[in-house]
Design a protein around this ligand. Structure first.
Ligand code: GLN
Length: 201
């Protein structure tokens, strides 16, 4: 099974390493033919506005959107979560997303003074120990539709809980960056519970 990491901008190499450690064939993709040849996709952390604009300029946007719509397993971390969200709060003017997950995501939600931090999270479907989660100018999820499963949540400084890991069918998104910690259990969750189950291999 070939899993592509969208290589327009962001931390592509780290995702390739995490996926390879899970025993799959992982490669950077940035052309139409490369995207046609993969069975699953990872959208890395980086800057969602830049990734969306580059996908438009390289004429990949509609292809990716269509493949996601037709069921290609896709995992987005941080900027990737924003790109998988049906609705973006605090988007820049005209910012597009591929969509697919019925949720509202707020960009840069944790605010400037705490742009980056780390914490341990309980992640549904991943057994102990807790997952170390790195948040870098991260989004959080404001609300989800009925078909979205919440896998991890965080309590913000006002005591309000926000989802930071969600799944809807073949789509997985996290606000944080498991590709940066050397713990590949979130990637393994994607590979084993979504990609392999679908491909039946
Ligand atoms: N704030 C970034 C955005 O809007 C995401 C940051 C990240 O991926 N680390 O895309």
């Amino acid at each position: 099974m070939k899993i592509g990491v969208l290589a327009l901008q962001g931390d592509v190499a780290e995702h390739i390493k995490s996926l390879s450690d899970c025993g799959v064939d992982a490669l950077a993709v940035k052309t139409k033919s490369e995207i046609s040849a993969i069975s699953a996709l990872v959208i890395p952390g980086g800057e969602s506005t830049t990734i969306a604009k580059l996908a438009r300029s390289f004429d990949l946007f509609d292809q990716i959107k269509d493949r996601i719509k037709s069921g290609m397993p896709t995992y987005g971390s941080c900027a990737g979560m924003i790109l998988l969200s049906d609705v973006i709060e605090d988007a820049i003017d005209g910012q597009e997303s591929f969509g697919g997950i019925d949720m509202v995501v707020r960009r840069n939600a944790f605010g400037r003074q705490v742009d980056s931090f780390e914490t341990d999270l309980k992640f549904k479907g991943i057994t102990e120990p807790a997952v170390r989660a790195v948040f870098i100018r991260a989004p959080w999820v404001e609300s989800v539709g009925a078909g979205v499963e919440i896998l991890a949540e965080i309590t913000n400084s006002s005591g309000i809980k926000h989802p930071v890991a969600v799944r809807q069918g073949n789509l997985l998104a996290t606000s944080f960056h498991p590709e940066l910690t050397g713990d590949n259990r979130v990637h393994r969750f994607f590979v084993e519970n979504i990609c392999r189950q679908l491909a039946n291999i």
